[in-house]
Design a protein around this ligand. Sequence first.
Ligand SMILES: Nc1ncnc2c1ncn2[C@@H]1O[C@H](COP(=O)(O)OP(=O)(O)OP(=O)(O)O)[C@@H](O)[C@H]1O
Length: 620
Amino acid sequence: MTAPDGGRAAEHVAGSGPLRRLVPPARRFLAGRKGVLARLAAWSVAESAQTFLVGYGVAQAVDRGFLAGDTGTGLGWLAVAAVAVVLGAPVVRGVFAQLAGLTEPLRDRLVRRAVAQSLAAALARPGGGDRAAVSRLTNQVEIVRDSFAGLVLTLRSFVFTAAGALVGLFSLDPVLLVVVVPPLAGGLTLFLVTLRPMAAAQRRALTADEALGDHAARLRGALRDVTACGTQAEAERRGALLVADAAAASRVLARWAAVRTLALGTAGQLPVLVLLVSVPRLHGSGVTTGALLGAFTYLAQALLPALHTLMTAVGAAGTRLLVVLERFTTTEPPAPRTVPAPVPEPAGPATAATGPAPPAPVGATDAPQRLGPEPPAVPRATPALELRAVTLAYGARAEPVLDALDLRVEDGEHLAVVGPSGIGKSTLTRLVAGTLAPSSGVVRVAGHPVTGGDGPDPAALRVLTPHQAYVFTGTVRDNLAYLRPRAGRAAIETAVRRLGAERLVERLGGLDAPVRPGDLSLGERQLMALVRAHLSAARLLLLDEATCHLDAAAEARAEEALARRPGTLVVVAHRISSAVRADRVLVLDGAGAACGTHRELLARSALYRDLVGHWSRSPG
Ligand SMILES: Nc1ncnc2c1ncn2[C@@H]1O[C@H](COP(=O)(O)OP(=O)(O)OP(=O)(O)O)[C@@H](O)[C@H]1O
């Protein structure tokens, strides 16, 4: 299985984009610190000299001293090597002193950048907040600072140590370079080749991990809703997808780590092995014992530790630095990942048998595939409708009609809203339509807040058809195509046919006949309003008892036609058949709300059972 967006994320890091974006600011940063860099280089040359002396001292001690029978000279050269080792301490101290001249300005710069990003985000999305700002200001700045310092230290150390060791090998005997350099270069090349895929794998693992953590956190806060909506199975399924994705990402990372270990082995151990195997030949061709010992000293004391540190540091700190720096180089701070709240499962066979097929999404077939057999785990499509902690009270001191209501309706879903008279059903539809602003909380249609924002024209997003249908003086066509004035005859006739309004249009004298609202019954007016809603381009239809004056058969036909229309249907139901037809039912009961399929609610909502019992006893 592949990560939902893992591929994209991997490309993002591994690709040249972020790297290229980092180059100009890095160059500017370093160009402004030439003095520090020069001093750092000077201390590093001292490190090269120290490396050189250690191996060279050992070689001379053996060749000129101990093997020549001159123990004093031997001890003298060993003393030189020892002094070189001891001198390493002030060298490291000097390096660290210069390092601060690079890391501290970098930290200051990143802090300024994080504050600027956060302010820009606040201005762009008032009230939206930038949840990642605190993390960038504290944790991520420190990660960059530490990783950067580590990288500068190890890269610099490797380059100057290697230079010292290679010069030392050359001065002992140039043929030593021929033996040592090829396996060393081979391992290093293999290591460099792993850098990009490793960064991509690391980024993907990080993304998968964040997605999993985010899902778990959201789930924890939504446990009541999940239980209320009976969506445990869906929540579990999505969690399992994310776990599988994180596991896949970790496996990829582990594979590249294995390649890197091979590179480390090749560069780190193979030169020693090759040198050991070559000892007889080298010795035979005139390479002295001291030179051979010096070469082993260079490998064991200098090159291999520096190489090991380099590979580990670049592998871990380097990729971490890349990933975190990416957060600072985007103009917009990265939005926190959103993992969708769990939704009800698609209607099972039992539910499907009692109701019509749910509406198919645009471009899909007529098959009942509202969510599809394998919806992508993250990020899922924006919900058609979302209420978050919505409270509505009609007065400052009035009891709220709706209290902290959360609701999510997916695009293509058919939801029925039921509840006792005066409980807040119409209030809910008005809030969604945007004709009423919530006292607190937020209502979003297709991702756009319905009030207070400067998003798209609400009329393009939703249509509210109230129970008192609005019919005006004009032609039949004017009335039917009111929400889509450019609708052609064919489109209007199709909508009329689907809603079962042919006889009405015929009775009125056709599409171009005049309408006198006073001559229409309440049911006929509702039928015209429903054709009008069907013709609208808005994807969200809200019917507030908009079929209450139709008979049961006409209501069923109208609701089924509107449910099949691409988009989302929310119906304030006044008959049990309306609720049974819907994918899910929202029961408002004043203190809270329950949401689920008709069957689920029959099992767990006493209020719903009462309503159903009441409806069943009522005629019509
Ligand atoms: N404009 C308003 N000002 C004050 N109170 C209102 C207003 N509109 C509705 N209410 C009150 O809010 C509560 C919910 O009304 P709402 O019309 O939303 O209920 P409902 O469930 O749709 O009722 P019904 O099914 O009988 O139409 C009721 O107590 C109602 O009296």
